[in-house]
Design a protein around this ligand. Structure first.
Ligand code: ZN
Ligand code: FE
Length: 259
């Protein structure tokens, strides 16, 4: 049975996620922007937290952790898992992981992918059997995270790894930025029919306050400009015909920063 997924809106525009294995009862949260909505989502379902997976050290992904763990039974504390490369600036970890490592939540294997760029040491979690991918501020719905620490080349490489995963993977990213991302995407890829139709869908969803996260990887492949830097139409719109995908990606990221 695939892991059950619950999206938990937090703070102004963050998302945390719960995954739950019905057979074992194992339950993991991915990122902890604040404790209260996560506690409420657990209580509502009668689930007990067994794992905490942290993607990166930014406050809006870890600040609720101490409060969340304070509720944990002393004999069965949830195991906190995060990047070895970032251990010095993450909350205390019970397990440090790096690209290529894997661990289990219930019956499911979770693989660690290094997706440096937004920060150096940012990791994504991939549950291949359940086709779930937790990307936080690396690959985002119609966008990618701002480059606070890494280079465009690092982010491009990170996104290229994610793009190689199966198209029917569900992408669980960290923020509700999709409305702005859609407006920007249309400036670099204005004739993309899939993007035009997705933009309408996003406007409809947000008009009724529905989340646009998670999204399907194939839809990101078809519409997210940061995954489409090798598309000749985008290069042409940017007056960069013949440029390398990395150069086009770098230009798209720079334009998004100014947007
Ligand atoms: Zn961040
Ligand atoms: Fe964030």
């Amino acid at each position: 049975m695939p892991l059950e997924l619950v999206t938990v809106p937090c703070l102004e525009d963050n998302y945390a996620f719960l995954i739950h294995d019905a057979q074992s009862g194992d339950t993991a949260v991915i990122d902890v922007p604040e404790a209260a909505p996560i506690k409420a989502a657990l209580t509502e379902r009668g689930w007990t937290l067994t794992h905490v997976l942290l993607t990166h050290h930014h406050w809006d992904h870890v600040d609720g952790l101490a409060d969340l763990l304070a509720d944990q039974p002393a004999d069965h504390p949830a195991k906190v898992i995060g990047a070895a490369a970032d251990a010095q600036r993450l909350p205390p970890l019970d397990q440090e992981v790096a690209e290529g490592d894997s661990f289990t939540v219930g019956g499911d294997t979770i693989e660690v992918i290094d997706v440096s760029g937004h920060t150096v040491g940012h990791i994504a979690f991939h549950a291949p059997a359940s086709k779930l991918l937790f990307t936080a501020d690396s690959l985002m719905a119609l966008g990618c995270g701002r480059l606070f620490e890494g280079t465009p080349a690092q982010m491009h490489e990170s996104l290229t790894k994610l793009a190689a995963l199966p198209g029917d993977t569900t992408v669980c990213s960290g923020h509700e930025y999709t409305t702005t991302n859609a407006k920007f995407a249309l400036t670099v890829d204005p004739d993309n029919r899939a993007l035009i139709s997705r933009s309408k869908d996003i406007a409809d969803k947000r008009a009724s306050k529905m989340p646009t996260v998670p999204s399907m990887l194939q839809l990101e492949m078809d519409t997210n400009p940061f995954l489409r830097a090798s598309d000749p139409a985008i290069a042409s719109t940017l007056d960069m015909t013949g440029a390398t995908p990395l150069d086009v990606f770098t230009e798209i990221r720079a334009r998004r920063d100014r947007f």
